[in-house]
Design a binder for this molecule. Sequence first.
Ligand SMILES: [Zn+2]
Length: 325
Amino acid sequence: MSLEKKDLAIGVDLGGTKLLVALISVDGKVIIELECKTSIHDADHISFTLINAITQLIDHVDRSRLRGIGVASAGVIDSKGKKIVYANNLGLENYPIGALLKGHFQLPVRVCNDANSAAIAEWIWGAGIGKRNLIYITVSTGIGAGIISDGKLINGIHDSAGEFGHITIVHKGERCGCGNRGCLEQYASGTALERLANQRLKSSTSLLHDLKTGTTVTNKEIALAAEKGDPFSISLLHEVGEYLGAGVTSLIHLFNTEAIVFGGGIMNMSEFILPTVEEYVRENSITQMSKGVVISKTVLGRRAGIMGASGLFFLHDESEPRMNV
Ligand SMILES: [Zn+2]
């Protein structure tokens, strides 16, 4: 069977608490999807769960239609060596996922990090259809980005390009876990939002005093308070939007991109964040460069990771989105 007739790929999204596995077609349809719990710091259990879930999918399909298995994972990935070099939230180090899956299923395997896979998914099937320049930004516990520039995914020499959360946004600012100071992640991530809310809440009037169920407030409670019109929570989200806007302005100036797509857990509050991002960019960027740049929320949502993982097999000659096979 020619490659043209191989119209399916398996996508794997390996996260800290769960594993998503799906059978996906070249036109972006999720045919079957499975979700399993993962135990961190237990590579054997992760391997067992992974093989078991993929076996269930393969049993449903004519194997000759499969192009391969694409894996998206959090952490530092070696896409050429097909290894997870280091993934803190999975407790994995030098995990040879490519060799494991290829050895077991005798299918080609490709591996990339989760922000890159989401960027690929949005590029092929989501907010970036038909574009050659797109940057996907995920804002959750941390902040990361997948950058597609002139029709190519930018990986960098160590597969680490797109560490958008660790660009310096405040000179000599808060110390970050990466060793730098003033990283964007310290001001605009989910972790930062909770920290800022808890630091300021004691001396402020806010609905959060009533909504709070534990000793500290959570992002879920901040979202709820903002929806109820709480000025304290809304102002915090605007502040997050301003920091993200400053970061996005730099991205536009660096890459002259066409589209910025936001995803990640914090984007369930996008109505309070994205208008501020857009306003900041409009007021502070070089007009000629930001003109026509579309800033939007993910179209594919929680499925962007698995879809982009399978999308590693639907990219034409590794660089162009392949839409009509
Ligand atoms: Zn940092």
